[in-house]
Design a protein around this ligand. Structure first.
Ligand code: NAI
Ligand code: A1CAB
Length: 272
């Protein structure tokens, strides 16, 4: 069985471990490394997965998943450079980091696949986009697709689109959570108890998402028009959204996130 080591068990590393276990993978086929011992102990107790040091993880794993922050990648790449061979597949979840950064710092031929997942992985509903580097074969991509496919949906994209994908689906859940949080606040303003407002809005979000994904008519414009009655309530609200430039704000937000992804990828490649 393939041994998978997750380097960095923070929010996304934990989501991946949890998602893989839920999908039926055995804890004995998983390893993780974590900088903070208390965090490592907490996760081992919660999931039964063993925490090891980075060198052990790199030596034991068939697939090494890098889930540290891009700002923390340099010491990890230095360790990887001394241990890895082309027999190990590297899967990078790091925002902004191009596959070439790994290729320029790791021994020749080590296969690298860049992935942008998202935290709904925790409940088996991730959206992950994958792109292979220069030494990644179709089999490597299929392996990563199978791995991430067990915790959600997977698409393959050209690596040139990964910074945009990071802004859209990597950060995307945060924007939906922000919207839900704001709508619950509106409920409070209108005198609805917080718990009731939260139930109303969360179930509306779940219902809207199900219509978008599974409904016969999944186009957002058609679905919104169906809620918007002539001279009704919804159009009064939409006029306010337009007056406040919410559409432009969202476009600007996603463009800013894309730009930040590009920025995070800089400064780690000796050939830059
Ligand atoms: N949080 C998210 O929604 C998403 C995050 N990502 C990417 O995943 C990566 C991790 O992000 P988060 O989980 O949000 O950050 P985080 O800060 O929660 O987790 C990073 C973890 O790595 C550990 N770490 C750092 N250096 C280490 C080392 N040398 N050895 C062992 N452990 C080490 C830290 O202690 C921490 O627990 C980032 O590169 C990010 O771009 C990608 C998609 C979504
Ligand atoms: O905020 C971040 O940098 C990470 C990458 C995508 C989602 N969270």
């Amino acid at each position: 069985m393939t041994t998978i080591a997750v380097l960095g068990a923070g929010k996304i590393g934990e989501s991946l471990l949890s998602g893989l276990l839920h999908s039926g993978r055995s804890a004995k086929d998983l390893l993780f490394t974590e900088r903070y011992p208390e965090r490592a102990a907490e996760l081992t107790e919660r999931y039964g997965v063993e925490s090891v040091d980075v060198a052990t993880a790199l030596e034991s794993a068939d697939v090494v998943v890098v889930a540290v922050k891009p700002q923390d990648i340099d010491p990890v790449l230095d360790r990887m450079a001394t241990v890895l061979t082309p027999a190990t597949l590297v899967v990078s979840l790091c925002a902004g980091l191009p596959t070439t950064t790994y290729e320029h710092r790791l021994p020749e031929g080590v296969p690298v696949v860049r992935v942008m997942p998202n935290t709904p992985m925790l409940v088996g509903e991730a959206m992950s986009a994958i792109s292979g580097g220069a030494h990644a074969t179709a089999e490597h991509l299929a392996q990563v697709e199978e791995l991430l496919g067990s915790v959600g949906k997977v698409v393959t994209v050209p690596e040139t689109q990964q910074d945009a994908v990071t802004a859209l689906s990597g950060s995307g859940p945060a924007y939906f959570f922000y919207l839900v949080e704001s709508m619950i606040d509106a409920g409070i303003l209108l005198g609805i108890p917080r718990a009731v407002a939260a139930e109303l809005i969360v179930q509306s979000a779940v219902g809207a998402a199900a219509m978008l994904r599974d409904g016969e008519e999944g186009h957002p414009v058609t679905l919104r028009e169906a809620v918007t009655s002539p001279a009704g309530t919804t159009i009064s609200g939409i006029r306010e959204l337009e007056r406040h430039g919410v559409r432009a704000a969202l476009i600007d937000a996603i463009e800013a996130a894309r730009d930040r992804s590009v920025e995070l990828g800089r400064g780690h490649d000796p050939k830059e």
